[in-house]
Ligand binder design. Structure first.
Ligand SMILES: [Mn+2]
Length: 197
């Protein structure tokens, strides 16, 4: 139903990609919405949390539609801005709700070779100085345990850390298997291509 509605309204995206032999990745966008004014997948308000869970599920269906139409996998990245400026007494509850929401989003059947669901952490934000729910450790651990992809961004780490080292350290087999689809350059290949002087 959602994918059908999306097909009707966004057909030009697919046409654009088809004409250029491109795939489409998708960002569910858990922000810039009136229901994201406070929190999203971690909010105590069950009605709003339910809204964002259903949104995430719908976005998997939309991603599947892109993948099937274009004949290549669709990467769908989940990132939430949830966090607090204040020092919370309950440090566990928000992450428990976030985990439950992710579990529910991923509970719908989908082809994991068509839709690559990613989870991206958040390190810090203006107005979120004290605590972000989707910390690096939380997201990395969740992705590893649930067979989804940990999306890594250099901007989320200490300046002395680099993502390329983290990728090969965490999931070497998966990373190599996916490297072909993602068209990323393996570190060893990159090293081989360095000019010899
Ligand atoms: Mn990022």
């Amino acid at each position: 139903m959602v994918a059908q509605t999306f097909q009707k309204h966004n057909h030009k995206w697919v046409e654009y990609a088809k004409e250029r032999n491109m795939g489409i990745d998708f960002n569910p966008t858990f922000f810039s919405h009136e229901k994201a004014a406070k929190l999203t997948l971690s909010i105590p308000d069950e009605e709003i949390r339910r809204f964002w869970i259903r949104h995430g599920q719908a976005c998997i269906r939309i991603s599947r539609y892109f993948a099937e139409e274009l004949g290549q996998s669709c990467v769908m990245n989940i990132w939430i801005p949830d966090g607090y400026k204040d020092i919370l007494a309950d440090r566990l509850g928000p992450r428990a709700r976030f985990k439950d929401s992710l579990d529910q989003i991923l509970s719908i059947p989908y082809d994991r070779f068509k839709v690559y669901v990613c989870l991206e952490s958040k390190v810090f934000g203006i107005g979120l100085e004290s605590y972000t729910f989707g910390s690096s450790e939380f997201c990395l651990n969740y992705a590893a345990k649930n067979g989804i992809i940990s999306l890594m961004d250099n901007g989320y780490y200490h300046p002395a850390e680099v993502v390329s080292d983290k990728l090969q350290t965490i999931t070497p087999e998966d990373f190599r298997a996916l490297a072909k689809d993602f068209k990323v350059t393996l570190p060893e290949r990159f090293l081989c291509q360095l000019p010899t002087t």
